[in-house]
Design a protein around this ligand. Structure first.
Ligand code: GLU
Length: 491
């Protein structure tokens, strides 16, 4: 199915790709794919001071990583190139000149001081700060005289009287009174155009039919809709996606958690879990299914189903979801995803993991049920890579071990018992039942041995099955750790 639907994601390269931006991109992309339309990427780099090529590159890379492909964009071109806003400056200028010639814009000479004084007076009277239209009333010859005298001016949009409507698929029909809209600045005194102006110029030139973006842009939409009318162009359909809120109900910010997509990637959240979780920020597959694939998103996404209530970015739920995805991965895939984290933590090199492949897979298997992100793995398995005589014990593990009055004695006795069996060629996993019988025969409960033993072997309070751990450590290291553990506990 193909259609004339054209949507876009239009990030400003002034920072890393925000999770809210990633969601906007996903929803636009899914809408285009479901409806046989086109998805465009446009880089809005008009804030030249804050925009960098590095951020642009990172945004493109983040989108690629999420699996979002665009049909037209700055890197691949397309029929409406260029797709970088600063490269369209000549066209913006041309359109500003046209609007001015058609009487939709006027020159405003008001100084910063006058505007400041105006704002102050309005705020004293508890009025909305807005331009009072002084220069809109200037006679033509006065305007020309002041321009000829070299006075600086901005171009303001001349908001007409009346009311304006637009269709918002998330919020329903929106009506606003034009008098609520300020005669806003379209072109600054240095000749650079403002966001509200260029975004409409570009959306028109690129044939954009639907504009889906964050709710923070809702305040801009009336200005933009009036511009479409001034240009005599059809108004696109809108959809303003709900704000993402922290669990404190406030706008998501660094204070409540990471806001950059990159941060979640760096922490080792599975990519598909990120996509799934972002989709849940304002959209649901149905009332009951929380876990769904990107294919299901594309097959089912409709902007009309996006909720207007603020979406809670609940990090606990995100971690839970990430864990669910990890559980579903084939072991080899899980190990491959963890590998860069293990290498970055300095535990082993890739070559070492390759050389001990079966062992490494067994290590990964032991934790796959337990971790929620790949990044959680290295600290949990660091003990396996540490020297036997010197690895960190955590306080809780030590406390658990020391709860048992006979702990040290039990460990020493067990070491002797275990030695005989390992020397006879038994594998640790074959000694599970015998060990339990040995514990019972000494009149102990299971933790009486297991807690000191776990502390001696791993230095951690919890983790995989102890006999599996012994398999991973191997006979010599098990013997060394139990003896050393008994010493450390009795010190
Ligand atoms: N460049 C704008 C932003 O990054 C997007 C504007 C829009 O989608 O209309 O917020």
């Amino acid at each position: 199915m193909s259609s004339n639907i054209r949507v876009r994601f239009a990030p400003s390269p002034t920072g890393k790709l925000h999770v809210g931006g990633a969601r906007t991109a996903l929803f636009n992309w899914a809408y285009a794919r479901r409806n046989g339309g086109k998805f465009l990427l446009r880089i809005e780099d008009t804030d030249e001071e804050r925009s960098t090529a590095e951020y642009e590159r990172a945004i493109l890379e983040g989108l690629h990583w999420l699996g979002i492909q665009w049909d037209e964009g700055p890197d691949i071109g397309g029929p409406c190139a260029p797709y970088r806003q600063t490269e369209r400056a000549a066209r913006h200028k041309e359109l500003a000149t046209k609007l001015f010639a058609d009487g939709w814009a006027y020159r405003c000479f008001c100084s910063a001081e006058r505007l400041e004084a105006l704002r102050e007076a309005q705020s004293k009277q508890h009025l909305k700060p807005e331009y009072d239209g002084l220069c809109r009333k200037l006679a033509k010859d006065e305007v020309e005289r002041r321009v000829a005298a070299g006075e600086k001016y901005v171009l303001r949009f001349a908001v007409p009287a009346g009311e304006t409507r637009f269709l918002d698929h998330v919020r329903g029909d929106v009506v606003f009174q034009n008098k609520e809209v300020d005669d806003w600045v379209m072109v600054r005194s240095d000749g650079t155009p403002t966001y509200n102006f260029v975004v409409v110029c570009d959306d028109i030139d690129m044939g954009i039919t639907h504009v889906f973006r964050g709710e923070e842009h809702l305040v801009n939409t009336p200005k933009q809709v009036l511009l479409y009318r001034a240009f005599g162009k059809p108004i696109p359909e809108f959809g303003h996606l709900p704000l993402m809120l922290g669990t404190d109900g406030k706008k998501l910010s660094k204070r409540t958690g990471d806001t950059a997509l990159q941060d979640y990637r760096d922490k080792g959240y599975p990519k598909d879990a990120i996509v799934n979780f972002l989709c849940l920020q304002g959209w649901a597959l149905n009332g009951t299914t929380e876990i769904f694939s990107v294919g299901e998103l594309v097959a089912n996404f409709d902007i009309k189903d996006v909720s207007k209530a603020g979406a809670i970015f609940d990090i606990d739920k995100f971690q839970w979801l990430a864990g669910e995805y990890i559980r579903k991965e084939p072991l080899e895939e899980f190990a491959a995803h963890c590998e860069p984290f293990v290498v970055a933590a300095g535990l082993a090199t890739s070559a070492e993991l390759v050389a001990r492949r079966d062992w490494w897979l067994a290590v990964a298997r032991g934790e796959q049920e337990r971790v929620r992100t790949y990044g959680e793995l290295p600290p949990r398995i660091a003990y396996l890579f540490a020297p036997d005589h010197d690895f960190a014990w955590d306080g809780e593990a030590e406390k658990n071990a020391k709860k048992h009055a006979t702990g040290v004695e039990t460990l020493r006795a067990y070491a002797t018992w275990l030695d005989e069996r390992l020397a006879a060629g038994k594998r640790p996993t074959e000694l599970r039942d015998e060990t339990k019988a040995w514990i019972a025969a000494r009149g102990l409960k299971i933790p009486g041995l297991f807690q000191p033993l776990r502390c001696a072997l791993t230095g951690q309070a919890g983790g995989p099955d102890l006999f599996e751990i012994m398999e991973l450590l191997g006979t010599e290291r098990v013997r060394a750790r139990i003896r050393r553990g008994a010493e450390r506990l009795s010190a």
